[in-house]
Design a protein around this ligand. Structure first.
Ligand SMILES: C[S@@+](CC[C@H](N)C(=O)[O-])C[C@H]1O[C@@H](n2cnc3c(N)ncnc32)[C@H](O)[C@@H]1O
Length: 300
């Protein structure tokens, strides 16, 4: 789909509002990564994402018809409305300001997408995010960090796109920079949009038909050590990346590769090449408290 530019009205923040926005943003910038109280969320000012940045966010997310998007702090509703009108998605916008919620509903009606959009006057921290395939946000760095544990707990493969602010040391998969000549805040007349894909949670030990796999994970990075039963030393340490439920890794020294698919409690080997890897098709189960069946019995 090739969406054309939407025609939602641009917001014209008042001078006072811009000053508040700038001071909030600068305050947040001065305290990178510091935890802030929940009240920090209420400091997020209303500033609209320009229409070309909205389109770039939704394209970066790879939003498809029939998918569900949630915009956290939905302002005048433009991201949700564009998602419905141009991409064929359904969407929910949650917003604290009742006047903006009303404005969003009216704009959705005018755009003819009221059946696929919903706007709630609701705190984003009290919103159930489980239904979304895509989450969008234009908040503040400290608020993003407060949200991060909830985002990481979403279904693997959920895409998250943030305007300008990142998620601390959870590195994005991709970042785009766009020119925004009339940007209301900041000296740099540019916006950044970042994409993350929630990784499957694979940390731990896994039991396979002919050995065990031990995985250590940090966000979408992982390393895996395969120990084949009956052999004294581990056969391979692979460093790799997780994209949703897909894990892929290469052993730099030998060039052997390993590709895995994460299920709820399984890891299936989709492809294994080279030495030190389990067999293609092997299915690993998450180890229980007793370890793996092939483990030597504990010494008395
Ligand atoms: C920077 S604006 C972004 C608006 C819209 N998402 C966009 O990109 O055009 C942030 C919005 O979040 C809203 N907001 C702030 N804290 C919130 C919270 N805890 N729950 C819901 N909305 C919140 C603000 O009222 C504001 O409208």
């Amino acid at each position: 789909m090739s969406p054309s530019a939407p025609t939602l009205p641009a917001a014209a923040p008042s001078r006072a509002r811009r000053a508040l926005a700038a001071s909030c943003l600068l305050a947040a910038l001065a305290l990178p990564g510091l935890p802030r109280p929940a009240a920090a969320a209420e400091e997020v000012p209303f500033i609209t994402t320009p229409d070309h940045v909205t389109l770039a966010m939704l394209e970066l997310a790879g939003l498809r018809a029939g998918e569900h998007l949630i915009d956290l702090g939905s302002g005048d509703g433009r991201i949700v409305i564009t998602a419905a009108r141009r991409f064929g998605a359904s969407g929910l916008g949650v917003e604290l300001d009742p006047a903006l919620v009303q404005r969003s509903r009216a704009a959705a009606q005018a755009a003819g997408v009221q059946a696929r959009t919903e706007f709630r006057e609701q705190d984003l921290f009290a919103t159930d995010l489980a239904r979304a395939q895509v989450i969008t946000m234009y908040l503040l760095p400290a608020v993003n960090l407060q949200l991060r544990p909830r985002l990481l707990a979403l279904a693997p493969g959920t895409r998250i796109v943030s305007h300008d602010w990142d998620l601390g040391d959870w590195a994005p998969e991709r970042t785009l920079t766009l020119d925004v000549p009339d940007k209301a805040i900041g000296l740099e007349k540019r916006s950044r949009v970042h994409l993350w894909v929630v990784p499957a949670r694979v940390d731990g030990r896994w039991c396979g038909p002919a050995g065990t796999l031990t995985v250590t994970q940090r966000f979408q990075a992982f390393s895996a050590t395969y120990e084949a039963a009956g052999l004294p030393a581990p056969l391979g340490v692979h460093d790799g990346r997780i994209l949703g439920t897909r894990l892929s890794a290469v052993q730099p020294a030998t060039g052997s590769t390993l590709e895995l698919e994460a299920g709820r409690d399984t890891l299936t080997v989709r492809r294994a090449l080279g030495g030190g890897t389990p067999a293609t098709g092997a299915v690993f189960q998450r180890a229980g408290p007793q370890g793996c069946p092939a483990d030597p019995p504990a010494r008395p």
